[in-house]
Design a protein around this ligand. Structure first.
Ligand code: CMP
Length: 140
């Protein structure tokens, strides 16, 4: 089915000036960018976005990292977009990511891991709504 998923290019990859290279991977693999915005997250916005991880030991470092610089946030649309984006990203820990994946090529550590992607249909809907009012999404 055609799906939408939320993607974030994290501060490390924005600082490395590889937004275009990452967008190119989405586009050449059948994912269309249907909404996008660059934003420097406030602490409150980052904590809200990652609220499901609040009890995890890595939460504080994750939030600090995500507010360390601007991020590029986009909605990707395409056949099986959620799983396809996760395949393109590779494993959360770049040391475990398969060669040729975004994280293998651009990430430095499990925190500075270049990209985020929604992990399931329910989280994709919540994450898209967090950053984009429906009226600002253009799929045609
Ligand atoms: P992301 O897909 O943005 O979702 C939560 C983030 O927490 C994850 O990518 C990692 O960057 C970060 N993180 C740090 N440590 C861990 C861990 N042990 N397990 C999962 N995610 C972690």
């Amino acid at each position: 089915a055609v799906e939408r998923t939320l993607s974030i290019i994290k501060p490390d990859a924005v600082a490395k000036n590889v937004i275009g290279k990452i967008y190119s991977r989405f586009e050449t693999n059948g994912l269309k960018i249907v909404a996008a915005r660059m934003i420097h997250l406030s602490r409150q916005e980052a904590e809200g976005f990652y609220a499901v991880h609040k009890a995890r030991p890595f939460f504080k470092d994750l939030v600090e990292f995500m507010i360390s610089g601007p991020v590029m946030v986009q909605v990707l649309e395409g056949e099986g977009a959620i799983a396809k984006n996760r395949d393109l990203m590779g494993a959360t820990d770049p040391k475990k990511a398969e060669a040729g994946t975004i994280r293998a090529d651009f990430a430095d550590s499990i925190d500075a891991n270049a990209v985020h992607g929604s992990d399931a249909a329910e989280t994709a809907a919540v994450e898209i709504a967090y950053f984009f009012p429906a009226l600002n999404v253009y799929s045609r």
